[in-house]
Design a protein around this ligand. Sequence first.
Ligand code: SF4
Length: 258
Amino acid sequence: MTQWLPHPLTGQLFASPVPPDTGWPDDPASAGDSELDRLGAAISVCRRCPRLVEWREDVARVKRASYAGEPYWGRPIAGWGSAKPKVLIVGLAPAAHGGNRTGRVFTGDRSGDWLFASLHRVGLATQATSVHAGDGQRLIETRMVAAVRCAPPLNKPTVAERDACAPWLDAELELIQDHLRVIVALGSFGWDASLRALGRADYDVPRPKPRFGHGATAEVGGLTLLGSYHPSQQNTFTGKLTTDMLDDVLGRAATIAR
Ligand code: SF4
C-alpha cells in the first residue's frame, strides 16, 4: 500500500513506497496525530540524496547472510524516543545492517548495544538492549536522532549529503527545543552537526567553535552540549571508549536533565 504524505517543510506530497524485495511486510509510515509523527513519516520517505537512496535500498535487497530471512527497512530513519525530551542524542548515520534493517535508530547493531546498555545503567532507557522496533524498549525523557538519516557507504556521508539532510534535524530541533536541556553528541560529526543546527536555530553558539572531545562540554544558549566518543566498534574494540567513559557522559546528561 502506498501512502501519500505531506512534506512538513514544503507541503508537497510524497509517495511512501516500501523498497521492493526488502521483505518488509507493509508500509508502516503513517501520519500520526503529532507534528513529530508527521515529521517522522515525511523523513521516512525522503529521497533527496540519490547515492544514499541507492545504497540503503541495495543493502536492504541483498542483505547480510545472517539476516537473510529478515525484512529490511531500507529507508531513512526518523528520530525516536520521547516527544518531550530533555536529552537529545545525536549520532552520525544509521548502520547499514542496524537501523537500516530494523527501522529504528541505533537498533540492531553493536554501537547500539553499547549505547542502550549505558542508557539503561544511567536511567534513560527502560531496557538494556534495543533489538527491533517492537521490543518494548522505551527511552526516558530522551530522544535520539542521526544527523544524516540514511545509511551511507563506509559510514561516510558527503558534505552535500550532510547539508541536504540538515533541514530534518532543524525541523526536529524546533519541535522539541522547548523541553530540551542537554544534547549528547556522539563523535565529532554529531558535535559539529549539533552546533550547526543550534546556530541555524539562533542559539548563541560560542566563538571560536567549542572543540569536540570525549567529555567536552559547551554551554549554548541555555543548553548543555556534551561530547562523547562514538560507541563504534573501532572505538570500543580498541579501548578508546570504555563503558565507564560512556556512562560518565550519559550519567552527566541524566543529572542535567533531572
Ligand atoms: Fe533524505 Fe537525509 Fe536520506 Fe538524504 S540522507 S535521502 S536528505 S533522509
